[in-house]
Design a binder for this molecule. Structure first.
Ligand code: NAD
Length: 361
C-alpha cells in the first residue's frame, strides 16, 4: 500500500529541491500517495497566513511530512512557519545526523554523529522582555527581590525554562534512537556547572533516565564548551549527542560544517504523533528557479523518512546511491566541486537523474 505523506514544496529553492527529492524517493520503488500542501510566503495572499490550518491538519492526519525550506517573512508580524510547525505539532526533537561521505570536501573524515536537539524549551521558548518596557522593569524588581542580586535597569531579559518532562522525552528519544540503530553511546551536553537549575536539571534528568531505563547503552556527559573543542579535534569520539535547544542549534551547525556544509546536512523534526523531514538549510532565495543548488540535504532527509517508515532496504539503497554520486564527484552541484565556479557542476535536477541512475543500475 502506498504511504500517504504530506508533501510541502516550500518556497525559494524549495520547489526544485522537493521535486528532485520526490523523484529519487519514487525511484526506490516505495509507493507514495503524496498529499501536496503549500505553505510559506507564496500562500500568504490567498490564506492570510503562511501556515494555513489545512496544512497542519494534513500532517496530523498523515503523521509524516517532507518539506522544502520556507522563507521567514521579515517585518510582517508572522512567525516562522518552521517554528510554528514544530510548536503546533509538538515536534520536540530536532534530529540532525551528520555523516561524512567519501568525496565530500571537508577537513574531516569519518564523522558520523547523531544530534538530538530539544526543540521547544530553553532560551528559544520565546519568553522575552524588552529593555525599557514597564513589564521589564517590573520583572527586574521581582527578580532582585527574589534573587538578592542587582540587575541593571537598562537590561533586556530572555527566560530559559528547562523542564523534567521536556528533558525526559528528548533523552528517551536519543536512547531509543541509539538502541534502534545500534549506536554505541549517548552524550548529554550542558553547562550545568554554571546554570545549576536549568542545565543542572537537564543533566540530572538525563542521568536518571540513562541509569533507570537504558543501562544497556553507554552514557556520558560533556560541558558544551569542552565538547565544542573536542568535536573539532576528535569528532570520531562522539556518537549520539543530546542537547537543550540553544546548544543543539549551535552544535548542529558546527557538525554540519564538519561533514561538508549545508548542501549535505539532512534533518527531521519529530514528535510522538508526527514527523516532518527537511534539510537543515534555508530557502536560499537568491538561487530560486535557477536549477543550481544541491538537493542532497533534502534527499538525505528523504533517507531519514524512509527509515522512519521502516523502509530500511529502500533507505539503505537511496543512501548508497547518494554516496556513490558524491564519491564519483561528477554529477554534483557547484558547492561540492573543488571551486565554486567549476564549469562541470551540474544542476539540481541532474543530481536527481544521476541518483536515479545509480538506484536503477
Ligand atoms: P540559507 O540556508 O537559505 O542560505 C544560505 C546560503 O547557503 C545560500 O546563499 C547558499 O550559498 C548556501 N546554501 C543553502 N542551501 C544550499 C543548498 N541546498 N545547496 C547549495 N548551497 C546552499 O540561509 P538564509 O539565507 O539565512 O535563509 C534564507 C531563508 O530561509 C530565510 O527566510 C530563513 O528564515 C529561511 N530558513 C528556512 C529554514 C527551513 O525551512 N527549515 C531553515 C533555515 C532558514
Amino acid at each position: 500500500m502506498a504511504y500517504r505523506v504530506t508533501f510541502i514544496p516550500g518556497d525559494g529553492v524549495g520547489p526544485e529541491l522537493s521535486e528532485a527529492t520526490r523523484r529519487v524517493l519514487e525511484a526506490t520503488g516505495v509507493e507514495f500517495d503524496w498529499d501536496v500542501q503549500h505553505a510559506g510566503v507564496d500562500v500568504m495572499e490567498e490564506f492570510g497566513t503562511p501556515l494555513p490550518e489545512h496544512v497542519l491538519e494534513s500532517i496530523r492526519k498523515n503523521k509524516v511530512a517532507i518539506k522544502g525550506p520556507i522563507t521567514t517573512p521579515v517585518g510582517t508580524g508572522f512567525r516562522s512557519v518552521n517554528v510554528a510547525l514544530r510548536k503546533e505539532l509538538d515536534l520536540y526533537c530536532c534530529l540532525r545526523p551528520c555523516k561524512w561521505y567519501p568525496g565530500v570536501r571537508s577537513r574531516y573524515q569519518n564523522v558520523d554523529l547523531i544530534i538530538c536537539r530539544e526543540n521547544h524549551e530553553d532560551l528559544y521558548a520565546g519568553i522575552e522582555f524588552e529593555q525599557g518596557k514597564p513589564e521589564t522593569h517590573k520583572l527586574i524588581e521581582v527578580l532582585e527581590l527574589l534573587s538578592h542580586r542587582k540587575i541593571r535597569e537598562d537590561s533586556g531579559i530572555s527566560i530559559k525554562p528547562i523542564s523534567v518532562t521536556g528533558t525526559q522525552r528528548i533523552v528517551r528519544y536519543a536512547f531509543e534512537y541509539a538502541r534502534k540503530f545500534g549506536r554505541r553511546k549517548v552524550t548529554a551536553v550542558h553547562k550545568a556547572n554554571i546554570m545549576k537549575f536549568s542545565d543542572g536539571l537537564f543533566l540530572a534528568t538525563a542521568r536518571e533516565v540513562a541509569e533507570q531505563e537504558y543501562s544497556d547503552v553507554e552514557f556520558e556527559d560533556r560541558i558544551v564548551d569542552n565538547l565544542s573543542m573536542q568535536l573539532v579535534q576528535r569528532p570520531e569520539e562522539y556518537d549520539v549527542l543530546v542537547l537543550p535547544n540553544l546548544y543543539g542549534d549551535i552544535v548542529s551547525d558546527l557538525c554540519a560544517g564538519l561533514i561538508g556544509g549545508l548542501g549535505v546536512a539532512p534533518g527531521a523534526n519529530i514528535g510522538d504523533d508526527a514527523a516532518v523531514f527537511e534539510a537543515t538549510h534555508g530557502s536560499a532565495p537568491k538561487y530560486k528557479g535557477m536549477n543550481k543548488v544541491n538537493p542532497m540535504a533534502m534527499m538525505f532527509s528523504g533517507v531519514l523518512m524512509l527509515r522512519h517508515l521502516e523502509e530500511l532496504d529502500a533507505a539503505n539503497r537511496l543512501e548508497s546511491a547518494l554516496a556513490a554520486v558524491i564519491e564519483e564527484g561528477r554529477s554534483v552541484t557547484y558547492d561540492m566541486k573543488p571551486t565554486r565556479d567549476d564549469p562541470t557542476a551540474v544542476g539540481t535536477s541532474q543530481v536527481a537523474d544521476a541518483v536515479i541512475q545509480k538506484l536503477q543500475g
